[in-house]
Design a protein around this ligand. Structure first.
Ligand SMILES: [Mg+2]
Length: 413
């Protein structure tokens, strides 16, 4: 590709920025959005060292006059919609990564709107005009590189890396900019004397693999050497539904996590049913107290929107994580269902085939339906499913769960 036609756009401190737009009294103040942990915070709060994913207690210690805003209000979705409409007015190739983040391929749009740099500048000013929010953009020839460029560009910046300049841009950057390098990997790389992405590129794959494992090493080595041929996938294909919950307190065991998993999965499943859609892939993401996080997913052969089936898959994944990371305190759990499709007649038949009319499955399907009906009539709060035992400990997830992507805390900007 001879133009930097892949854009990565990421709104700056999205949740906090929206909170400030909604309440002008907060302008210029250190503001954090969140419940048990900071979901997002303003740059004024960042100046005190407050960061996304940090427990609120710790954030208040760093910044005693921190203003904490509950994350439940629904305005986020409206802002996100307005921003994505602007993205989509420049190219149909928009891949939504989260509520405030997307890849765009503008290669085919340059004859209409000008160079990628021109398009990126135009997007930034239109987002600013119509929502008042700042969006940082990276424009390069490769997805991972554009994502890094937008991070480097923050706050409120634009970085364009022309073809041929990629290596000069990438090599001096710290390893933490690479996708897949968290605190643990960073420490292991540090032990090998590897500080920059250029160092990774120059290290023989075998040495990396000995320390990081073969798969992870291959992944990082490829990126460091600019090998990333992934294309921008449109939202339609990438679409998923998710719900997440931040947690207070010391939650470590499967039995403590299961009710939360149940509640989140049920919310997703019930929205799938409302949309008459099915999904095949369940992804759970667990964030631990030390801010590392782990994602696990599983794809089942038959698409479904049944709460119990999806909970079964999620429990299997969660049990694996708890076994792998015993005694780790969990601060955030998210459940996403992807591989979505309309629940059409063929799939219906498949469902019935798969369960062979099993009375248990039919019964569960009927239960799902009656729960949905009650919700419709009386609102969400009426149904507790006996799983809200955790409600005192979970917080602010509900307002964020109407997001059509795997939702994630806004902790990378
Ligand atoms: Mg962001």
């Amino acid at each position: 590709m001879d133009i930097p036609g892949i854009l990565h756009a990421d709104l700056d401190a999205f949740y906090a920025a929206v909170a400030v737009k909604e309440d002008p009294a907060l302008v210029g103040k250190p503001v954090a959005v969140g419940g048990g942990v900071v979901l997002s915070c303003t740059y004024e709060a960042r100046a005190y060292g407050v960061r996304g994913g940090m427990p609120l207690r710790e954030a208040r210690g760093l910044c005693p006059n921190l203003i904490v805003v509950d994350g439940t209000f629904g305005a986020y979705v409206d802002y996100s919609k307005a921003v994505f409409e602007i993205f989509e007015s420049f190219t149909p190739l928009v891949e939504r990564l989260s509520i405030d983040e997307a890849f765009m391929d503008v290669t085919g749009s340059v004859h209409l709107f000008g160079s990628p740099a021109t398009i990126a500048r135009e997007i930034r000013s239109r987002v600013r005009e119509s929502t008042g929010l700042a969006v940082s953009i990276g424009a390069t020839t490769r997805k991972f590189l554009s994502k890094i460029a937008s991070q480097v560009a923050k706050p409120d910046g634009l970085i364009v890396v022309e073809p041929g300049d990629e290596s000069d841009f990438l090599r001096p950057l710290g390893v933490g900019y690479l996708w897949g390098v968290g605190p643990v990997t960073k420490r292991r790389l540090g032990e090998l004397g590897i500080e920059t992405i250029g160092d990774i590129a120059d290290t023989p794959l075998d040495s990396l693999a000995a320390s990081l494992g073969a798969g992870h090493a291959r992944h990082l080595h490829a990126l460091a050497n600019l090998k990333d041929a992934r294309r921008v996938e449109t939202s339609r294909r990438a679409k998923s539904l998710s719900a997440q919950s931040a947690m207070r307190g010391k939650i470590r065991t499967l039995s403590e996590l299961t009710p939360v998993l149940y509640r989140l999965t049920d919310r997703v499943a019930s929205r799938l049913r409302a949309k008459e859609m099915n999904g095949r892939t369940v992804t759970i993401k667990v964030r631990f107290g030390d801010l590392t996080s782990i994602t696990r997913s599983l794809t089942i052969p038959t698409p479904t929107n049944s709460t119990s089936t999806l909970v079964g898959v999620g429990t299997q994944l969660l049990a694996g994580v708890v076994e792998e990371f015993p005694r780790h305190e969990t601060t955030l759990l998210s459940v996403a269902v992807s591989g979505l499709g309309a629940k059409d007649a063929t799939q219906l038949a498949l469902d019935v085939d798969a369960v062979a009319g099993s009375p248990r499955s039919l019964e569960l399907e009927a239960l799902d339906e009656s729960v949905d009906e009650l919700r419709e009539k009386f609102g969400d709060k009426v149904i507790t499913h006996g799983s809200d035992l955790m409600s005192g400990r979970t917080s602010f997830s509900d307002g964020l769960s109407e997001i059509m992507t795997p939702g994630e805390p806004d902790n990378d900007d």
